[in-house]
Design a binder for this molecule. Structure first.
Ligand code: SF4
Ligand code: SF4
Length: 95
């Protein structure tokens, strides 16, 4: 399979927020059961993924308003840094 979207739907199930990397920041996020991803690209920050499934995502992980989807969806993931993508995203992978 070529590089590109694998249609897993993961990016439509979370909102990524940037938080601090201090122990209390991590503790706070853990208290909310957020998935924490540490990234070195942005020193001093981590990314937490807040579960938030889009109402337009079908059970088959397809966008039901694809032609009218918001611009941010149209630009994703090319316009986003890798660390803002959910860990499941295989966009850059060839298989
Ligand atoms: S997470 Fe990545 S591979 Fe999955 S649907 Fe979104 S852009 Fe495509
Ligand atoms: S509008 Fe479509 S592409 Fe955008 S988050 Fe919802 S399901 Fe995903």
């Amino acid at each position: 399979m070529a590089k590109g979207c694998k249609k897993c739907g993961a990016c439509c199930k979370y909102i990524a927020i940037v938080i601090g990397k201090f122990p209390d920041d991590i503790k706070w996020a853990a208290a909310h059961n957020l998935r924490i991803i540490h990234h070195n690209e942005w020193e001093g920050s981590a990314v937490a993924f807040v579960p938030c499934r889009c109402q337009y995502l079908s059970d088959e992980n397809l966008c039901t308003i694809y032609d009218e989807r918001p611009l941010t969806c149209k630009l994703f993931p090319e316009a986003n840094k890798r660390w803002l993508r959910p860990p499941e995203c295989k966009y850059d992978e060839g298989v």
